[in-house]
Design a protein around this ligand. Structure first.
Ligand code: SDX
Length: 393
């Protein structure tokens, strides 16, 4: 019998790492980016300023912010040949499948930002990823709904550009409503980074081998897609739509509590937060604002969400297990009200989280002591034994 208690799995740097970017206190429901609380950033800052903070560690001066925003703006177009890449997908492909493929192939288009040993190339890759993800996501959306791609414009802010690339058509210009654009920007900010979640750890592990940044980000997109992670916003809205009316909530709460039923309340629970997810609190306020603006404050889905939250929070099962709404619980309601199909919810999460993936990637590969990630295991299989000829088995 192998003595598992003396067997050291030898966890490597990527199983757990030190970082200066984001701090989470799951017990207090606290989230800090470079020391700044998420609720202050969501209220007072905007996404590109938060990108600067995550990338470089400090809030920018006015001149630094203007230069950064200009560099991002002037990288928002994608190589024209990338348009042809989309036409290889079926029109009913999930936009996340398209994003994994397109981002994974970006090293074939941007050879001059793949050498991670070159600080200049690392910087260009970072700016390109942040700048192009809204364009790539919007193109995935347009492709799957059979509409022509819309090019980015340099006179629009980051969130307005994304909304226009998604909703403008040649026959009808899209006038961006500043309140919707602010709500979109806030959704980007609330999803920007979140310490060592599954997709960020995937990006760290992939890039620890020296893989180029585009391939590493594509690995993160693939991981984020799962319904237990970034796919939860789509799964949550589909769950609320399935519940449909307030009187069916008890049935679903009972299923979520039933050990023999694999159903879980999507948008509830978290690996780290054992208190309210501070992002969910801000998202809930934003949902009220957006639906009020759109004149759909009596949206039945929002009524179901609010009543479900109230009943779950008053149920001892969820309280005992410290299950609270997470960032995905309200985001889908806002995105649906804005006109996005559920299939675009996770691509928007991926777009938002790109700066977190890139910031953590830069932090890790800039560390000269970095080693390739090689998590170990606690082996619980057979001890050594000799081969048995087939006739003797
Ligand atoms: C994100 O890591 C990050 O930071 C992720 C993220 C980010 O920004 O990157 O915050 C984004 O992924 C948010 C999470 C989105 N996922 C969902 O909303 C899917 C529904 N939630 C769950 O699948 C679940 O809560 C997880 C996956 C999020 C966490 O899984 P755990 O670690 O198993 O949950 P837990 O330890 O908190 O569970 C404690 C108990 C378990 O029961 P027991 O085995 O102890 O009897 O609560 C149960 C779970 O079965 N439970 C739920 C539940 N979540 C956990 N029961 C019903 N409904 C749920 N949603």
């Amino acid at each position: 019998e192998a003595d598992v208690f003396t067997y050291d799995p030898g966890f490597t740097s990527t199983a757990s790492c030190d970082s200066t970017i984001t701090f989470i206190d799951g017990g207090k429901g606290e989230l800090l980016h470079r020391g700044y609380p998420i609720d202050q950033l969501a209220e007072k800052s905007h996404y590109l300023e938060v990108c600067y903070l995550l990338l470089y560690g400090e809030l920018p001066t006015a001149a630094q912010l203007e230069d950064f925003e200009s560099r991002v703006t002037h990288h928002t177009m994608v190589h024209e040949q990338m348009h042809k890449f989309y036409s290889g997908f079926r029109r009913d492909a999930h936009p996340m499948a398209i994003m994994v493929g397109v981002v994974g192939a970006m090293s074939a288009f941007y050879h001059d930002s793949t050498d991670i040993s070159d600080p200049w190339q690392r910087e260009v890759a970072s700016i390109r990823m942040i700048a192009k993800m809204p364009t790539i996501a919007a193109m995935a959306f347009k492709y799957t709904i059979g509409q022509p791609f819309v090019y980015p414009r340099n006179d629009l802010d980051y969130a307005s550009n994304f909304l226009r690339m998604c909703f403008a058509v040649p026959a009808q210009e899209y006038e961006v409503n500043p309140i919707l654009s602010r709500a979109m920007d806030r959704i980007f900010t609330l999803h920007a980074d979140h310490e060592q979640n599954a997709s960020t750890s995937t990006v760290r592990l992939a890039s620890s081998s020296g893989a180029n940044p585009f391939a590493s980000i594509a690995a993160g997109i693939a991981c984020l897609w799962g319904p237990a992670h970034g796919g939860a916003n789509q799964a949550c809205l589909e769950m609320l739509q399935e519940i449909g009316t307030v009187d069916r909530i008890p049935e679903f709460i009972a299923r979520a509590k039933d050990k023999d039923d694999p159903f879980r309340l999507m948008g509830f629970g978290h690996r780290v937060y054992k208190n309210f997810d501070p992002r969910a609190t801000v998202m809930k306020q934003s949902a009220d604002e957006v639906l009020d603006l759109l004149g759909v404050e009596d949206n039945p889905i929002l009524q179901v969400a609010k009543e479900l939250e109230k009943q779950a929070l008053n149920d001892p099962y969820f309280a005992d297990k410290k299950l609270f709404p997470n960032v995905d619980f309200y985001s889908g309601i806002i995105l649906e009200a804005m006109g996005f199909p559920t299939s675009m919810f996770t691509p928007i999460f991926a777009l938002s989280r790109t700066v977190g993936w890139i910031s953590q990637w830069k932090e890790m590969i800039s560390d000269p002591t970095m080693k390739i990630g090689r998590p170990r295991q606690l082996y619980t299989g057979e001890t050594q034994r000799n081969y048995v000829e087939v006739e003797d088995r």
